[in-house]
Design a protein around this ligand. Structure first.
Ligand code: NAP
Length: 362
């Protein structure tokens, strides 16, 4: 699929989406931005839907009480608030969280801050279900009972009547897919979710879920939130072509390889030292790709994060990368990446050192 460029503030179709340009608006329905503001947000239709999402989605896994759940590096409410506000100011309308992030406290913080600083109708709020929320039977998974319980808990924590996108965080191999898809359909019909989406799984599992829904006249997934970045491109084999074929919008998670693509291979941060899940995702052979990102960034005089995100944004299969941030500058870089046009030579040097990985992050 060819990307459609519309002047400087182009909008690119993610995965078969209807492509529509909004060169004069920085937020749906908002007046043109004042003169002098150089950076505009871009919006794209999510997959085959009519939903406008900003091409940068704010990942809200960074927000949560650090000693709840497994993200010791997460930012508490006070530290999260200015980041969420800055994202709104930048025209980001799309926010992704999950019931499991910091034991529900990510949803609580995001819900409170957005309620104070945004109009509910203008934001696209996404959360997820599947992870374990309680020990013991029925504490996680995608049974009818789990889904019906968890959507209500998420709505309560988020302080809203509905989420825009309700995503299954993983595939549940021990629950019949008919049970899961029918329960999700009922969540939509009850008005508790506008759309449903899925996250990392095998392409055959996603395909099975979609055809089960289609066979029964149930709501189908409109998006796939998968692990995709310059260090992990295994999704190019099966999942991304499937999504392109089915006009499913893709929302890459950890687009900066959890910070790996933004700094030297051996450099660490508070997050990288304590990010247990992230430690198992990448491999020594990825160092060469990190060095290539550094070289392209130096040549162009932009931060590495902008180069890594610009590479993702130019993939026709990608609707909106879900960027994780722990500093205000991270948001500015993500937005600025929309204006970085990589050359074919840049792309070749970024891609040529890639070495296949075992499937990770499912
Ligand atoms: N569906 C799933 O299974 C799944 C899994 C993982 C994540 N997610 C979603 O994806 C979102 C993003 O994940 P992620 O946080 O791993 O994404 P990421 O964007 O790959 O990594 C974010 C980290 O990169 C560093 N960074 C970001 N911008 C930077 C910049 N401009 N300059 C320098 N460093 C920069 C920061 O690291 P430091 O903090 O170390 O400085 C930041 O914490 C999450 O919030 C969540 O919504 C979903």
């Amino acid at each position: 699929m060819a990307a459609l460029r519309m002047g400087r503030h182009h909008v690119v179709g993610g995965c078969g989406a209807t492509v529509r340009g909004r060169p004069n608006s920085w937020f749906p329905g908002a007046p043109p931005r004042p003169e002098g503001k150089q950076e505009y947000m871009q919006y794209v239709k999510l997959g085959a839907t009519g939903l406008d999402v900003s091409r940068i989605c704010l990942g809200c896994m960074s927000f949560g009480i650090p000693d709840r759940g497994t993200h010791r590096w997460s930012l508490d409410e006070e530290a999260s608030r200015p980041l969420i506000r800055r994202a709104l100011d930048a025209g980001i309308n799309f926010f992704d969280t999950a019931n499991v992030y910091s034991d529900g406290t990510s949803e609580e913080i995001v819900g409170r801050v957005l309620a104070e600083h945004a109009r509910r109708d203008e934001i696209v709020l996404a959360t997820k279900v599947h992870g374990r929320m309680r020990p013991g039977p029925n504490g996680g998974g995608l049974s009818r009972k789990a889904i019906m319980t968890e959507i209500d808990h998420s709505l309560r924590r988020l302080g809203t009547d509905y989420v825009d996108l309700y995503q299954i965080h993983r595939f549940d191999p021990v629950t019949p897919i008919e049970e899961t898809m029918e329960a999700l359909h009922e969540v939509v019909k009850a008005g508790k979710a506008r759309y449903i989406g899925a996250s990392s799984m095998y392409a055959w599992q996603f395909s099975k879920a979609q055809y089960t829904a289609r066979l029964n006249g149930w709501t189908r997934f409109v998006s796939m939130q998968n692990h995709y970045n310059l260090l992990y491109r295994e999704e190019e084999r099966e999942m991304l072509p499937l999504c392109a074929d089915q006009a499913v919008g893709t929302l890459p998670w950890s687009p900066l390889a959890r910070g790996r693509l933004t700094r030297d291979w051996d450099e660490t941060t508070e997050r990288s030292r304590t990010d247990e899940f992230g430690k198992g995702l990448y491999q020594e052979g990825d160092r060469a790709v990190v060095e290539a990102v550094s070289a392209v960034a130096a040549q162009r005089g932009v931060p590495r994060a902008q180069v890594a995100l610009a590479w993702l944004l130019r993939q026709n299969t990608v609707a909106a990368p879900i960027v994780g941030v722990t500093k205000p500058q991270h948001i500015d870089d993500a937005v600025a990446a929309l204006d970085v046009d990589l050359t074919d030579k840049d792309v070749q040097s970024l891609e040529e050192s890639y070495r296949p990985h075992p499937v990770r992050g499912h």
